[in-house]
Design a protein. Structure first.
Length: 367
């Protein structure tokens, strides 16, 4: 006699669809639970949750100077997210944005150091920007060509290229170090500021904002209204379907990764000329990996990624503020940030899946 396996009391089932209102309701509920859980943690530590949350807001947006710093951190992150979202749309897992940022910074650094006396300031800025995008695009081409021609694993390929880029930066620093023997480049053109990201009026961060807004709109138009955007979407759905439709899949992969890498190189240019004004192995600061979170939480939508990028930077700046203001150790503030992010990230699971009761249990509940 065989017995049927017992059906579990609860099981997860993938949703066929969910309305935008319900999805945002789940996100709002997750955010509320995150605040409540974080508040309980703060109470255990002896702090008023409302006061701490207020301090987090002031740490990111409390003054014009602080707000500019927040924008300065968020813009390169958002640009990097836009770049990798292109690759992700065709199911090409570009984990190499960190390396593309670094090689872009190398290109900008070389022209800034060795051609500053040759070109006027504005042409020099344009040359540095173009070189960063070209070198970043070429770096993105390496895994794309290998994927298109020989079917290599792009995840491992792009990941390893990150470490090669770090060594390339270390190699460049050996020759560019200033002063000699210091093992760092120092501020590039600190006297005349040649090649530094120019200000518009008195605002030094308006140009990066305009650049990222142009990229957001450009990505939306490119994906929605161009033939190339349509090809990316078809390749992302099914390479076999793309072949049947007469699309050259290899060409789409190579072209898209060149653009994706070029945008990553642009982020490297902004970091080298508009943020730190120097080059180091830590220049990317993990943005290439954080951008993956931004792209996925934003559902590869550039306007949603804008909100996610600023939220993550807000959390980072807020954690620093409360650690200083309330004398919390770094681990405590990071735990609070982690709790909030856990709920925000976890809610995406419940948007895609629902919990179902066992059939008999549902009948008992109805009775």
């Amino acid at each position: 006699m065989t017995t049927q396996p017992k059906e579990p009391l609860l099981r997860m089932a993938k949703r066929d669809s969910i309305s935008p209102r319900a999805a945002w309701g789940i996100r709002a509920g997750a955010f509320l639970l995150a605040l409540i859980t974080g508040g309980l943690l703060l109470l255990l530590l002896g702090h008023n949750p409302i006061t701490v949350y207020s301090a987090m807001i002031s740490g990111a947006w409390g003054s014009p100077t602080v707000a500019r710093e927040t924008v300065k951190i968020a813009v390169p992150l958002l640009i990097t997210s836009i770049g990798i979202s292109l690759a992700f749309r065709m199911k090409f897992w570009n984990i190499g944005a960190e390396g593309q940022i670094l090689v872009g910074a190398i290109a900008a650094g070389w022209f800034g150091l060795f051609t500053a006396t040759i070109f006027p300031k504005i042409p020099l800025v344009l040359l540095m920007m173009a070189s960063s995008m070209i070198l970043g695009g070429l770096y993105g081409l390496l895994p794309a060509i290998c994927k298109a021609k020989w079917g290599t694993n792009e995840t491992l390929f792009t990941l390893m290229l990150n470490y090669i880029a770090m060594q390339l930066v270390s190699f460049a620093i050996v020759f560019w170090e200033n002063p000699r023997g210091s093992n760092h480049v120092g501020l590039i053109n600190s006297q005349g500021k040649e090649g530094w990201l120019p200000s518009i009026g008195t605002n030094s961060y308006l140009l990066p904002i305009l650049i990222v807004l142009a990229l957001m709109v450009g990505l939306y138009v490119y994906m929605q209204f161009s033939k190339q955007g349509y090809e990316i979407a078809v390749v992302g759905e099914s390479e076999n379907t793309a072949h049947y439709a007469g699309i050259n899949v290899g060409r789409v992969i190579i072209r898209t990764m060149a653009i994706s890498g070029g945008i990553g190189g642009l982020a490297g240019y902004l970091l080298a000329t508009g943020v730190g004004h120097t080059i180091s192995t830590g220049l990317a600061g993990g943005r290439g990996f954080t951008a993956i979170v931004v792209a996925w939480l934003g559902k590869l939508n550039p306007f949603a990624m804008l909100l996610v990028a600023f939220f993550l930077v807000f959390m980072e700046k807020g954690a620093i503020q409360i650690a200083t203001q309330f004398n919390l150790n770094e681990n405590a503030s990071d735990i609070l940030t982690g709790v909030i992010l856990f709920f925000i990230l976890g809610c995406e699971f419940f948007i895609n899946y629902r919990i179902e009761l066992r059939q008999h249990a549902r009948e008992e509940v109805k009775a």
